[in-house]
Design a protein around this ligand. Structure first.
Ligand SMILES: [Zn+2]
Ligand SMILES: [Zn+2]
Ligand SMILES: [Zn+2]
Length: 493
């Protein structure tokens, strides 16, 4: 590799180099000139096609043009004893490429079997064929790289986890990339991997003990498990899961500092927790629900949703949380979940929702469609699940054999009343406030990415739906204005 060039030194080396004219130590006397060490190094490395047609190392110069050894009579050993190529030699009469090859083979050979493990063969091939053998060899000879490859070679199985256990370094990512590219390792969701790493660090904030174990279980058996079940983890899910874990950890720390335990937690404690900090504290409710379900804490306590009853419309954060609850939560049955989605995502009025019939839907294997107003809207995954669940039940139940209604009422042949459904949804939100919040979100400059983010699918999908139902939305925006007027005049929520 090229070392930094020293300054020309005429005092020590009075004779100038025949090629560069600078004053350095003369190391070779070639037919065209006596040359310095720098020019000698450069000459050995210069390759190309000589005017005579020979391809290979061109150390000489004829009228300023690079030329081969036989044309110039230069004596220089550039014949590799390993591969026979004409190339700069590294050591032992062998070229850089040959030395790189043996180095890769030596490092990647499993000491127990004396062979390179099958999954590592593509890695070996890729490393051997690095374009610039000299920089490749320099890279591989660095202690941390050769150490990493030696460890890798000795691993009994090569998995993402075994790679994770090796020192974190770019080499690891590089090798992982090669293994994935060549099918030796499955493609892994790097967000999930990042989450694993992140959560291990986050857990350090809790001293070892009960709280630490509880937080670990929550992260492993609730958050990570849910991410594992997803085909693809969006950045939104990733960030939300981080936030949920962070707040849960803070909450557990706070409980310990307060001198109590999860088992003894009271509603007064929860109220104090919420009153004593920012609204993000209510994100501990996901942890609390899990803790209640896991019987770690009394079941008769609950976080208070921050904005309930205080605002005519729900804020974006609360809206997001409710959409999550409608899709993944366990507080509602499929029928109410579907109703919640109609309100929260599509800004539907409850009075319109209750009139929906099965004729307004089309449920195919890959596609669930509901017609709202005049517009058929395909429900993107996971928004379609409640409707699918309902349709399955509808096929199974004899309660309303001929009922066309998606939301059948108590009386045969009638749909549920708006007030009954509104009352049922009150468990998680006020439909009026939620719908206004949804419409507000939809009319803001960037509603699509927000909703997309929250739901974990592509903005393009939502954009399509939004465009398709623009007329519907417009109608509802008009209705909102009407609703606001009537709200301010009647005061009726
Ligand atoms: Zn020179
Ligand atoms: Zn030649
Ligand atoms: Zn060679």
């Amino acid at each position: 590799m090229s070392r930094p060039r020293r300054a020309s030194d005429p005092t020590t080396w009075p004779e100038p180099c025949g090629r560069c004219s600078e004053h350095h130590q003369i190391v070779a006397s070639w037919p065209d000139a006596r040359i310095c060490g720098y020019c000698y190094q450069a000459a050995k490395r210069r390759t190309g096609t000589c005017p005579c047609g020979h391809q290979g190392v061109l150390p000489g110069l004829i009228e300023g043009q690079p030329a081969c050894r036989s044309c110039t009579g230069i004596q220089l050993n550039v014949d590799c004893q390993g591969c026979g190529a004409e190339a700069e030699l590294h050591s032992g009469g062998r070229c850089w490429t040959c030395v790189l090859t043996t180095t890769v083979e030596r490092l990647l050979t499993n000491p127990n079997t004396g062979a390179i493990a099958q999954p590592l063969q593509p890695v070996a091939a890729a490393l051997k064929s690095m374009n610039r053998a000299n920089s490749g060899l320099t890279w591989i000879n660095q202690k941390h790289v050769s150490g990493f490859l030696t460890d890798l070679a000795a691993s009994e199985f090569i998995t993402h986890e075994s790679l994770d256990a090796l020192p974190p370094h770019r080499t690891r990512d590089y090798v992982r990339g090669l293994l994935v590219e060549h099918g030796a390792l499955p493609r892994r969701d790097e967000r999930l991997a990042r989450y694993h790493t992140w959560s291990e660090q986050a857990l350090q904030r809790l001293p070892k003990g009960d709280s630490h174990d509880v937080a670990r279980r929550f992260i492993r058996w609730h958050l990570i498990r849910r991410m594992n079940a997803m085909d693809q983890i969006s950045e939104g899910t990733f960030l939300r899961s981080k936030q949920t874990a962070t707040v849960a950890i803070e909450f557990l720390k706070w409980i310990a500092d307060r001198g109590t335990t999860l088992k003894q937690l009271t509603q007064a404690d929860l109220d104090a927790w919420q009153a004593g900090g920012p609204t993000t504290r209510e994100f501990a409710s996901r942890f609390l629900q899990w803790a209640i379900k896991s019987r770690l804490t009394p079941a008769d306590i609950a976080m208070t949703p921050h904005r309930r009853g205080t605002s005519p419309k729900l804020g974006a954060a609360e809206q997001d949380r409710l959409i999550q609850e409608a899709i993944h939560g366990e507080q509602l049955n499929p029928r109410d979940r579907f109703a919640a989605i109609l309100v929260l995502v599509f800004g539907q009025r409850i009075e319109d929702a209750v009139r929906l019939t099965w004729n307004d839907t089309e449920i195919l294997d890959g596609l669930a469609t509901v017609t709202l107003g005049a517009t058929a809207i395909t429900l993107p995954v996971p928004l379609d699940q409640p409707l699918r669940d309902l349709a399955t039940r509808q096929g199974q139940t004899a309660a309303h054999p001929n009922s066309p209604w998606i939301f059948p009422g108590q009386n045969p042949g009638h749909h549920i009343t708006g007030s009954t459904l509104r009352e049922r949804l009150k468990k998680i939100f006020s439909t009026r406030a939620a719908r206004l919040g949804t419409l507000h979100e939809m009319t803001k400059a960037t509603p699509i990415p927000i909703i997309a983010e929250v739901l974990g699918y592509s903005p393009a999908t939502i954009e399509r739906h939004a465009v398709a139902s623009a007329s519907t939305y417009a109608r509802y925006i008009g209705a909102t204005l009407g609703a606001k007027r009537s709200q301010s005049s009647s005061g009726n929520p």
